[in-house]
Structure formats: structure tokens, C-alpha cells
Write a protein that binds this ligand. Structure first.
Ligand code: ZN
Length: 150
């Protein structure tokens, strides 16, 4: 699960995350990110608190074919810095960790690596076919840094 190369996140997936974070307010939204063909396209939703997140992880890793490349969680405050608990979670769940904060638009999130360093996560325009991400079709892959986090 570690070291899996990810070229970006699908724009629809990012929009889903931001919408879910917004509608979870004032509570946290948390999930694990899965990638197909190197693009993050799936979100496994987890309970929102730090302790419930950890116990959900234990259960998830007993499932076959769950390839987690990272995580997403929201901070109901606009503070986008990870906590000590977040960092412990990051080191166990891949190498791409999004924290989103209000107003949950396309600029109000950041991505960290497993060690807590900021990293770029390009937002990609991909088309989803009916069969899911095995047939992911690259429509217009633009590495649009303008819409990446600050
Ligand atoms: Zn946090």
C-alpha cells in the first residue's frame, strides 16, 4: 500500500469530498482514499472522531482488495494543520492526506504526505465509465495547479 504512485485526484471525487465535508458540519468528515490506475477515484467513509477512525482502520484492513493510498478528513475550523493524532493516522494510511476546511471550495484544502510535509496533488478531469475505474478514461488530463490547495 505504501509507495503506490498517484498522479492526482479525480475532480468529481474532490468535489464529493468537499460537499461531504460541508454537509457534515459542524462535525468532521473522514474517509480513506483509493486509487485506480494511479488516480484517486474512491472514498471509503470512516467515522469522524480520531479514536473511531483508528478502530475503523483495523476492520478495513481485514478486507481483501482495499488499496488505500491516503486519507481525507475535514476540520470544521478553518485550521488546515494536522494534529498529532492526525499524523499517527497519516503514517498508517498511505502517502496522500487531504485536510479540508471551510468554506470547502476548491482552494480550501491541503495535501500532506505520510510524514506531514505538504505535497502537490493535481486535480484531474477524468471520465468514469459504467464499469468503474478499471475503465477510467483520461478525458483532459490537466495538471491544474491553480485549483490545488494553497
Ligand atoms: Zn485533523
Amino acid at each position: 500500500m505504501k509507495g503506490r504512485k498517484v498522479s492526482g485526484i479525480a475532480r468529481d471525487t474532490l468535489d464529493f469530498i468537499l460537499e461531504a465535508s460541508r454537509s457534515s458540519m459542524p462535525h468532521e468528515f473522514a474517509g480513506l482514499l483509493q486509487a485506480g490506475k494511479g488516480v484517486i477515484t474512491e472514498v471509503l467513509i470512516l467515522p469522524g472522531t480520531e479514536s473511531s477512525r483508528m478502530s475503523a482502520l483495523v476492520r478495513l484492513y481485514m478486507l481483501p482488495n482495499v488499496h488505500v493510498v491516503g486519507s481525507i478528513h475535514s476540520h470544521p475550523s478553518s485550521h488546515l494543520r494536522y494534529s498529532k493524532e492526525d499524523l499517527i493516522f497519516f503514517t498508517r494510511t498511505g502517502d496522500y492526506h487531504i485536510i479540508a476546511g471551510p468554506p470547502f471550495d476548491r482552494t480550501s484544502w491541503v495535501c500532506y504526505d505520510a510524514m506531514g510535509a505538504r505535497r502537490d496533488l493535481p486535480v484531474l478531469d477524468v471520465k468514469f465509465k459504467d464499469d468503474g475505474f478499471d475503465d477510467l478514461e483520461f478525458d483532459d488530463v490537466d495538471f491544474d495547479d491553480k485549483e490545488a490547495g494553497p
